[in-house]
Design a protein around this ligand. Structure first.
Ligand code: TXA
Ligand code: MG
Length: 305
């Protein structure tokens, strides 16, 4: 049986499969199966009220899950398959376990050939958060998933390293103008050009699960504005690693999480990361780095290493 065939079989029986996407690996379960979705929350150690994204095969499935709006159709046409999630009012099909009881749902058509094939064969939706333990760095290779989740997941569909490397842009289409809740590779500039106007005053109350501290490696993360500043900071510290991809932001995003993991694995106690300027993909990188640099505090507890 092919790897996609095996994944399909497990998902149809209510199992949990790690799937590759262009952003990060997802921890997927049948979005119509409450027990399977409950297992995803249990494996991640994620609070029940943090909603999951439902991944679907194409924009043709939108109506089944969400109430479309003109902005949603514009975004779907321009950005899917791709690294964009839209929030819509949910249809009765969407179960409470997926949305944490909210009346909205996050929907995305991922761009990865194996997962596209899987979704087309599966027919339904796959509810999937990133395939890491709650609060930790997202996985961008199958090996990262195995290192984090090990035997808890029924199968890892290995699709190679993720091309984008940071989580999808989330756009709330239930408000007018639409609002960017999380920045990603589809940039605020692109969304604004497509929709005319956008607000980006994201807040934790609007997007449960978007906490100040997130995406955190074990090492303490410090932020620098320039490579020179980073080197100077690291020079005065023991066991410090410098992370800088500011010369090529596409490459920086692609490797950011692998670099954070590698620094942890090398025994670094401090990671000094260089922030890119706040434009284009720089917004997403600054967001993830700032969250990685924020120490966890109540009510978030960083899981033990
Ligand atoms: O790129 C991605 O989006 C990856 C891949 C696997 O698709 N998924 C991902 O999922 O990053 P997760 O669960 O780690 O992050 C999803 C975010 C959460 O912060 C959640 O609060 C938000 O999406 N979200 C999901 N449904 C929502 C809703 N109905 N309203 C507001 N926020 C929502
Ligand atoms: Mg996540």
């Amino acid at each position: 049986m092919s790897a996609v065939g095996r994944a399909l079989d497990i998902l149809r029986r209510g199992g949990v499969v790690a799937i590759p996407t262009e952003t990060v690996y997802g921890l997927a379960a049948d979005a119509d199966n409450p027990a399977a979705v409950a297992r995803v929350f249990a494996i991640k150690g994620r609070p029940r009220d943090h909603p999951l994204i439902v991944h679907v095969a194409s924009a043709g499935s939108l109506d089944a899950w969400g109430r479309t709006t003109p902005a949603a159709l514009t975004l779907a046409e321009a950005c899917w398959p791709g690294p964009l999630t839209m929030i819509l009012q949910r249809t009765p099909r969407v179960i409470d376990a997926v949305t944490g009881g909210r009346d909205t749902v996050g929907l995305r058509v991922p761009a990865h050939p194996l997962t596209a094939e899987l979704l087309a064969e599966f027919g339904g939706g796959l509810a999937a958060p990133s395939a890491n333990r709650f609060g930790a760095v997202s996985p961008t290779t199958a090996a990262h998933v195995v290192a984090d989740l090990d035997d808890d997941v029924d199968f890892v569909l290995d699709g190679g390293p993720c091309a984008v490397g940071v989580e999808s842009t989330i756009v709330d289409c239930t408000v007018d103008p639409a609002q960017i809740l999380r920045s990603g590779a589809i940039t605020a500039e692109q969304v604004t050009a497509l929709l005319g106007s956008v607000s980006d005053t994201a807040g934790p109350a609007r997007a449960p699960g978007m906490l100040a501290s997130h995406y955190a490696p074990r090492a303490t993360v410090l932020l620098a504005s320039t490579p020179g500043e980073a080197d100077a900071m690291a020079a005065g510290l023991d066991h410090a690693a410098v992370i800088d991809g500011t010369d090529d932001l596409t490459r920086y995003a692609r490797h950011l999480y692998a670099w954070l993991r590698a620094a942890d694995d090398s025994g670094a106690q401090v990671i000094v990361a260089v922030l890119p300027p706040p434009a284009g993909l720089g917004h997403a990188l600054r967001d993830r780095l700032t969250k990685a640099a924020t120490p966890p505090g109540p009510p978030t507890v960083r899981p033990a290493p």
